[in-house]
Design a protein around this ligand. Structure first.
Ligand code: 5GP
Length: 113
């Protein structure tokens, strides 16, 4: 597993050093529109701690952090009005298509664009 790079783009967004279109935030998660949407709704949700990937998050984060994050994901879907139909995915590692090494999930709804 690569070491966490504090200069990755999502870390910079969390620190307010790079812009995003925020759709949801609580103590566990920040969610914002993907800059290159692949569906009518395409939001990224990220935890506030420094986790490289789903594996790192699942293995290293405290249980309340894990629970809080996944609850936030469902709140994002509710807030976006897509709670009746959406999909969640996470690319893990370069072989899985992960490009940004701050754990994130894609929340997508509607036809793929
Ligand atoms: P990955 O392939 O790592 O799972 O997905 C990274 C996602 O981050 C991609 O869908 C990409 O469009 C998105 N992304 C990359 N850079 C930025 C950025 O600066 N702002 C936002 N909002 N999304 C980004």
């Amino acid at each position: 597993m690569p070491l966490y790079d504090r200069n990755n783009i999502f870390a910079r967004i969390l620190r307010g050093e790079a812009p995003c279109t925020k759709v949801y935030e609580d103590e566990f998660a920040l969610a914002f529109n993907d800059i290159r949407p692949k569906a009518r709704v395409h939001v990224l949700a990220i935890p506030k701690g420094e986790y490289v990937s789903l594996i790192d998050f699942s293995q290293s984060a405290p249980p309340e952090t894990v629970a809080g994050f996944w609850r936030a994901v469902t709140k994002v879907a509710e807030q976006l009005g897509v709670a009746d139909g959406y999909r969640v995915s996470s690319n893990v590692g370069p072989g899985g298509g992960q490009v940004v090494f701050h754990f994130h999930v894609h929340i997508l709804s509607g036809p793929r664009t």
